[in-house]
Unconditional design. Structure first.
Length: 100
């Protein structure tokens, strides 16, 4: 009987020890940088004119949803067409399409 009472007390103490662990506080006042592979997200308005012109010429019904840039001045563009089709294309700073 002593063993049963002792086992019950020890298990209760063990469960309450895990319950008292505090979670770290989440800080919301810091900027978040989103990196996809080697690409870092940029504003669509920061795209070079050559890239926006290439999109307009080759994909006239497309909207650039998100834009990313890597350290080689290559751009990853997430596009949406009017019919709901979405895709990703890559271009260099001069507006030439590249394969990744």
């Amino acid at each position: 009987m002593k063993n049963l009472v002792l086992a019950t007390v020890l298990s209760f103490v063990g469960f309450t020890a895990f319950a008292s662990v505090e979670a770290p506080e989440l800080s919301v006042d810091k900027a978040t940088v989103i990196t996809v592979g080697d690409f870092e997200e940029i504003n669509v308005s920061d795209l070079p004119e050559a890239v926006t012109t290439a999109v307009a010429q080759n994909y006239p019904t497309a909207t650039v949803d998100k834009a990313y840039k890597n350290d080689k001045d290559q751009y990853k563009l997430e596009l949406s067409l009017e019919d709901g089709t979405q895709g990703t294309v890559y271009a260099d700073a001069e507006g030439n399409w590249i394969e990744m």
